[in-house]
Design a protein around this ligand. Structure first.
Ligand code: SF4
Length: 454
């Protein structure tokens, strides 16, 4: 029998973000929270150091629906970014608060740290350095997550993690942890698919106004600029009952519950998946639902639009990216303009106003001009939705990668900091600072006008 003393103690770390800008759009380290649940059901003691959101105080400018700014401190730019005429910051709690947390928990046997955007790696390295120093390098550190997966060689060379683990084989990870710590889990189940995962441990980060939820992993589309299939090669749906259980638990704890769906392909096969989920959410009632991750306009039906309205879907983002047909075809045909017009019609038909229907537009794609973006903004306005500019960020090993390299003098192969969407589009000769500013202002003016009319 494994006693409390023998239990493997595992510290999970959600590291700092380092960037020119960052905003909390219902941000949770979901991958870590799933791993936390798996580790706990395997018999480990699990702790979470969340470097992003404090347990002690609410984040700045916290809205009722859970969105907020992050705490931030301006820091010196890393050498490769010195040429950028913008402030660079670290987002999240202070190092002092992080150390205070480490003082409260028992010394872990192993530390698992995740990573997000490739160009946020300085925040990851900082967190690794901090725990290495605090524990005098006596606790092994395993690095995983998106940056580790997409920039494996960079991560193994520079991160100072003892192991960079990028496989989806969770049972294998647990066996590695046993090998590293010399301790055993109570049991190691076989986690063959997403459906074998337990409900993520949202409570690990303390009480929040919201939870981020995944009802599926991956995406059956293959947009040339997107890493979805690299990160999750299979499109897998979770069973409905644990999703509802996850939402119900949050609804029971929060006075004003908010759920943000972060699926890449939320609307795929919706008859058997999202529709029954929305019907259950309507039964539960009083939940704010948010769709920040760009849903597929081509898959919206009148029934889905109605259920969105009834379920309390408040924050909608449609993923259009461009209204230029040649670019739509070249980048993967995820949506056509007629489908977008139809989707907006359905949403307007159930009462959503143009100011409530947000639409992502990509700026800086290879082969795209500022004029293409301007036409797309005008198209979105005319159809009756609100344009939001998202700057293109090159992602290693996507089909756009090689074409992207020809566009820039930045060495994006060697330096992930250059994947940063802010600087990449500014350095794209077709765009530049002035064009980006004008396009953002144009979109902002339209949103202001639509909001003042609603
Ligand atoms: S539809 Fe969205 S998630 Fe799927 S590949 Fe395209 S951009 Fe990625």
């Amino acid at each position: 029998m494994i006693t409390t003393k023998d239990k493997i103690k595992i510290l999970l770390i959600n590291p700092w973000i380092t960037d020119f800008a960052a905003y909390n759009l219902w941000s949770e380290p979901l991958g870590l929270l799933y791993i936390g649940a798996i580790l706990r059901e395997s018999g480990a003691s699990v702790y979470l150091l969340d470097c992003i959101l404090s347990r002690k105080k609410p984040p700045p400018k916290l809205l009722d629906d859970g969105r907020s700014k992050f705490e931030r401190r301006i820091i010196e730019k890393p050498e490769p970014l010195k040429f950028v005429n913008r402030k660079y910051a670290i987002y999240g709690i202070s190092e002092e608060e992080a150390i205070n947390y480490l003082e409260l928990i028992p010394k872990p046997d192993v530390i698992l740290i995740t990573s997000g955007m490739t160009y946020w790696y300085p925040g990851v390295f900082r967190a690794i350095k901090l725990v290495k120093k605090y524990y005098s390098s006596t606790v092994p550190v395993i690095l995983g997550g998106i940056y580790a997966k997409l920039c494996y060689s960079h991560a193994t060379t520079f991160s100072e993690a003892d192991l960079v683990y990028i496989s989806d084989n969770i049972s294998e990870l647990l066996r590695k942890i046993e090998g590293i710590t010399g301790k055993n889990f109570k049991e190691i189940k076989k986690y063959r698919s997403f459906n074998d995962y337990p409900i993520p441990l949202h409570q690990l980060g303390g009480k929040r106004k919201f939870i981020a939820v995944l009802t599926s992993k991956g995406c059956p589309f293959r947009c040339t600029y997107c890493a979805s299939y690299l990160l999750n090669p299979k499109h897998e749906k979770r069973k409905i009952s644990p999703i509802i259980e996850e939402i119900k638990r949050h609804a029971a704890e929060a006075s004003k519950p908010n759920v943000a769906f972060y699926d890449d392909a939320l609307l795929v096969n919706s008859d058997n998946h999202l529709i029954p989920i929305l019907e259950k959410i309507i039964e539960i009632g009083r939940i704010g639902i948010h769709l920040p991750n760009g849903i597929h306009a081509s898959l919206i039906t009148p029934n889905i639009a109605r259920l969105f309205r009834e379920a309390g879907v408040k924050y909608i983002r449609l993923g259009l990216e461009t209204a230029i047909p040649e670019i739509q075809i070249k980048t993967g045909k995820k949506v056509e303009n007629t489908e977008f017009i139809r989707a907006v019609d359905y949403l307007r038909g159930v009462g959503y106003k143009p100011g409530e229907i947000g639409c992502y537009i990509l700026a800086g794609l290879p082969g795209q001009s500022p004029g293409d973006v301007e036409k797309t903004i005008t198209f979105v306005r005319k159809v009756g939705a609100s344009p939001y500019i998202a700057l293109f960020s090159p992602i290693p090993n996507t089909p756009s990668w090689e074409e992207t390299k020809k566009l820039t003098d930045l060495d994006i192969d060697r330096e992930p900091l250059f994947h940063n969407n802010t600087i990449f589009t500014l350095r794209n000769p077709a765009f530049g600072e002035k064009a980006v500013k004008e396009l953002k202002n144009m979109a902002l003016e339209i949103r202001r006008e639509l909001n003042s009319n609603s």
